[in-house]
Design a protein around this ligand. Structure first.
Ligand code: SAH
Length: 374
């Protein structure tokens, strides 16, 4: 990798999160009971409170010996998230929460309620080291990796909001989770995988979600895409391509200087082949940057190299302009021509709705504003 690139793959340990129940897998939970002088079955009791009843108020868990509840609360259930701000849009159906972590780091998660499902967009890092110039989070750099518990607790908090009736029209639990909040999930691989395992473990061992409802979005870290393919988990992969040629992608997705368009597309194709899951290619349309008909054709060429279209679909995202940046959304006619070109070429394509853009719904903008004090 050229050494001028501002990429950070291993976040500094600074600000390490306190240990929490949600950091553990099932055997670790049982082992943790020992340090409290409790039999292993107590771990399942605790999990039922957490994943079934969505409770973290340890002192109210009267089926546990009173003498240990306080220690347990202190040592394994420290508060992880403090709500800084909550904004709603779309008549209450999009809820964006800005959270503060114990060390002052900020993170965002966005809950989106659709007619028959709820999706949560979560953060995997405080900040991001990938330095994409159009992304608000990318501009602030990486602060640190989030712990497994700090990622998982975002789903816990959203499920509680749904259960408490705080989102109009919504009942039940989260159906989908997308790792499209702050951070590069595959640069925090171990914690993200741990979170996925907790999300899909059946209740009461975890949230009992379907792996198919979970989408990991990556800037294109090729070795980690291969590693994820080997996990045997049918999670959906989204790859943030944004340009079909290396010249442009080197500029707008700097990690492309390390893994080229061809390498990233090959890794995505291999992921689809191994997991039998259709890969989503993310493409944020940026005015006069990547939205020409020529690039739409080039995108079709790049994806077509793999034969039929069953393995992939393109998800176009209208760019959400970040304050003061030169990057902005495509003109409607260019957007339409780009879509028409892909359709003519037979590429499966959808245009993402822009839920919550009026509440800085995308991409670290709320955290950036908080940090700047505006
Ligand atoms: N680091 C991961 C996931 C987080 S970003 C990744 O790169 O995929 C989720 C998606 O939002 C990515 O496709 C990202 O490129 C895109 N994105 C970032 N800033 C944006 C903006 N201002 N407008 C539209 N999409 C943006």
């Amino acid at each position: 990798m050229p050494n001028h690139l501002p990429l950070v793959f291993d976040a500094p340990a600074r600000g390490k999160a306190p240990k929490h129940w949600l950091d553990f897998d099932v055997p670790e939970r049982r082992a943790a009971m020992e340090s409290f002088g409790l039999p292993a079955f107590r771990a399942d009791q605790i999990s039922r409170h957490v994943f079934d009843s969505l409770s973290d108020e340890v002192t109210t868990w009267t089926d546990l010996p009173a003498a240990i509840r306080e220690d347990l609360a202190e040592q394994l259930f420290p508060p992880l998230l403090t709500q800084v701000r909550r904004l709603t849009a779309d008549r209450g159906r999009t809820v964006k929460t800005l959270w503060r972590l114990h060390d002052g780091s900020l993170l965002e998660s966005v809950l989106m309620r659709y007619p028959n499902r709820s999706t949560l967009c979560i953060s995997s890092q405080a900040g991001c080291g990938m330095a994409c110039p159009f992304c608000a989070t990318g501009q602030g750099g990486l602060k640190r990796n989030l712990s497994r518990a700090e990622i998982t607790v975002q789903a816990f908090a959203a499920n509680r909001m749904l259960a408490a009736g705080e989102v109009p029209g919504a009942t039940g639990r989260l159906n989908n989770i997308v790792f499209m909040g702050m951070g590069e999930p595959l640069a925090n691989y171990k914690a993200v995988l741990g979170t996925i395992r907790t999300l899909i473990a059946p209740v009461p061992g975890g949230f009992g979600m379907s792996a198919r409802g979970i989408t990991v979005s990556t800037v294109g870290l090729v070795p980690q895409i291969g590693r994820l393919a080997g996990e045997g988990l049918p999670v959906t992969l989204a790859v943030s391509l944004h340009a079909p040629d290396d010249d442009l992608r080197n500029e707008i997705v700097p990690v492309n200087n390390r893994w080229s368009v061809a390498e990233v597309v090959d890794a995505a194709w291999e992921y689809a082949r191994v997991t039998r899951r259709r890969v989503s290619i993310e493409y944020a349309l940026m005015r006069d940057i990547n939205d020409s008909i020529a690039r739409a054709n080039l995108l079709a060429d790049v994806l077509k190299r793999r034969g039929d279209w069953g393995w992939v679909h393109v998800n176009l995202i209208p760019l959400n302009p970040t304050p003061g940046s030169r990057w902005t959304a495509s003109r409607p006619e260019d957007e339409a021509a780009f879509i028409a070109t892909l359709e003519r070429r037979g590429v499966p394509v959808t245009l993402r709705d822009t839920r919550g853009s009026e509440i800085d719904g995308a991409c670290g903008q709320l955290a950036a504003r908080e940090t700047a004090g505006v």
